[in-house]
Design a protein around this ligand. Structure first.
Ligand code: M6R
Length: 613
């Protein structure tokens, strides 16, 4: 969603900000703007559309050289993606510039109040009201921008990251956050503010987590953080473990292709140091063995692709630990009055750690007295901070909007957690063998990646299909859902995933001549009954003229007679199969989008980090 960059320091603020916005493009946006403070004036440039439009605008009407500025990529909520609605927004006297991520829920009431006070609003946004409000408070606090920001925040409801600059205070940028991300980068005689560290990673790896309801005053040589009441708070500084190169395309045409190729490493990195002597060791697990043994129900909550990893987790957790496990879309969770208590463990899964639906689910669970474990890829993000414990996935930065390597590492993390819990419970299963199988998954993903050309050819063959279906049983079902989601979000095609057993209860009516249907087939040796059932499903599909694209493990010859196409994946226990079976579906969707000429990394209407409910 919206990307925010703020800078005070020795370099050209404009250069730092535009480069930072470029790195935040992946978050998804539809307009962009900058403001710099120069000679007692705020100069702004704003343009609808991609960053290049803004850059062209700046080239034709250059800005004065400045060392203080703010920049924004906007994902429209209130008001369409126009030049006028793009951020920054200015106060009436044009002294205050504000950028914003999130939604101000009481904006219409504030707007009415401002209009009654004679202020003429220029845009349709909720952000502009903040610029006017901030400006109106300034005289009462002796033009102290940070204090005015604190007081302004006190008037706002909703989720927001706000960053402001003032024409008469050339060396200061002020930021505030509630329910929306904002990270500080500490440099040498320069400091940065951004929605995430990728915006400033080329300049510094030293980052500071900003907590909930905090205001930061950023100067070139100082960073001061207070709460909304003005009390100074201690901050946690951390070093970002990846560098600028990790957030570059590295010779690939798209970030998604690069990230798909990075999956063996991402899986290996997520396992690194967590398997010792064929046992899972989670040093970061803050729950004691007794606490874990007292858990009588697990609820997993997440959105989109992360939800699919949660669905896979349910099979592993219940099979290996026998602890009942439910999985729920985070956007539904708190509205249905779920039954939670202190013995319920809620697991929130999120790549970004900022997804508002999941964050709200976490807060709700905590209010009900449940313990919360988050599985997250982003250090310093809100979810790990608000959870009782965290298992970090080590996928590295995922820039493409479509989640690939983050998904695979989430699945690995949930396997590790399930095995850890099974160890704690003293399971009689051969856990050591299972741990060994999980440890082998990185190499298996590597093998799959080596055999993807036929999958790309299939995309060519089915480019004009009106629809693509995906079916699977057991953990193959969430894989089917994930395959369909990838194709929808990247290739804008109608795609549906079904539990194969449900086909006959309705979706079978969709089958017609030539319709491509992906079938995820479990291991015949590991799951003979399931295998037999899915072979029947393949026959049902084929009998109705649809084309079967069968994903089956090496050596499974029984499916050959019924498959129009076979995609081979390495042998592994059925429960672990999603780690390899998902990869061809990612490649298929990516290739399909490329063939259709779509933007693979930034599909239309989508944002990488969805920070509104
Ligand atoms: O950052 P999160 O993992 O919480 O994001 C959840 C979903 O928004 C995300 O997985 C989304 O579905 C992806 N674009 C799918 O590729």
């Amino acid at each position: 969603m919206c990307g925010i960059v703020g800078y005070v320091g020795k370099q050209s603020a404009l250069d730092v900000i535009v480069a930072g916005l470029r790195r935040l493009e992946y978050r998804g946006y539809d307009s962009a703007g900058v403001a710099v403070v120069a000679n007692g004036v705020i100069e702004t440039r704003k343009k609808a559309g991609k960053l290049i439009n803004l850059e062209n605008e700046i080239e034709s009407t250059p800005l004065t050289q400045s060392h203080t500025g703010i920049g924004h990529t906007r994902w429209a909520t209130h008001g369409g993606p126009t030049d006028l609605n793009a951020h920054p927004h200015l106060s009436e006297d044009k002294k205050v510039a504000v950028i914003h991520n999130g939604i101000i829920e009481n904006f219409s009431e504030l707007r009415t109040e401002l209009i009654a006070a004679g202020i003429k609003l220029q845009s349709d946004t909720d952000t502009e009201v903040v610029a006017h409000l901030l400006s109106s408070i300034l005289p009462s606090v002796k033009n102290d921008l940070a204090e005015a920001m604190r007081k302004t925040c006190g008037r706002l409801r909703g989720a927001f990251t706000l960053v402001a600059a003032h024409a008469d205070i050339p060396d200061l940028v002020v930021g505030a956050r509630r329910n929306s991300p904002l990270v500080v980068g500490r440099g040498e005689n320069e400091n940065f503010l951004a929605s995430d560290v990728s915006a400033f990673i080329a300049h510094t790896r030293n980052a500071i987590e900003l907590g909930q309801d905090q205001v930061v005053e950023l100067r070139a040589d100082s960073i001061r953080v207070t709460d909304f009441a003005g009390k100074e708070v201690a901050v946690t500084e951390y070093e970002v473990t990846w560098d600028a190169a990790a957030a570059e395309k590295g010779g690939f045409d798209t970030f998604m292709l690069k990230e798909i190729s990075e999956q063996p490493k991402a899986v290996a990195d997520t396992l690194l140091g967590r398997i010792k002597n064929n046992r899972v060791e989670l040093d970061e697990m803050k729950f004691s063995a007794d606490e874990l043994r007292s858990v009588d129900k697990i609820i997993i909550t997440a959105c989109g692709t992360a939800y699919h990893s949660g669905l896979i987790a349910k099979y592993a957790i219940e099979r290996w630990t026998r602890v009942p496990c439910e999985v729920e879309l985070a956007s539904e969770f708190r509205y249905r009055d779920p039954i939670l208590d202190k013995n319920t463990l809620v697991i929130a899964i999120s790549q970004s750690g900022e997804t508002m639906d999941t964050l709200m689910a976490i807060r709700y669970a905590k209010e009900q007295g449940s313990r919360v474990l988050s599985i997250c890829n982003t250090q310093g993000s809100t979810m790990p901070r608000e959870s009782d414990a965290v298992i970090y996935t080590h996928a590295g930065p995922e820039i493409a909007v479509a989640s690939t390597k983050a998904f695979l590492t989430q699945v690995i993390a949930v396997y590790m957690f399930a095995l850890f819990l099974a160890q704690v419970h003293g399971s009689e299963l051969d856990l050591e063998a299972l741990v060994g199988e999980v440890a082998d998954m990185s190499a298996k993903v590597d093998l799959v990646l080596d055999t993807m050309q036929p999958v790309r050819d299939l995309a060519k063959q089915y480019m004009n299909a009106s629809s693509v279906l995906f079916i699977g049983r057991h953990v193959g079902y969430p894989v089917a859902l994930e395959g369909a989601l990838k194709l929808k979000e990247l290739a804008y095609m109608h795609a549906e995933g079904f539990a194969a057993g449900e086909l006959k209860h309705g979706p079978i009516a969709l089958l017609e001549d030539g319709l491509p249907v992906f079938v995820i087939v479990p291991s015949p040796t590991d799951s003979p009954v399931l295998h037999e059932k899915i072979v029947s499903n393949i026959q049902e599909v084929r009998a109705r003229g649809a084309h079967t694209i069968v994903i089956a493990q090496e050596g499974d010859e029984s499916v050959v007679p019924f498959a129009h196409h076979i995609i081979r994946i390495p042998k592994c226990p059925s429960l672990l199969q999603p780690v390899v079976a998902t990869v061809p579906l990612q490649v298929f969707a990516c290739e399909m989008a490329t063939l259709k000429g779509y933007d693979v990394d930034q599909p239309r209407n989508l944002a990488k980090s969805v920070t509104v409910e």
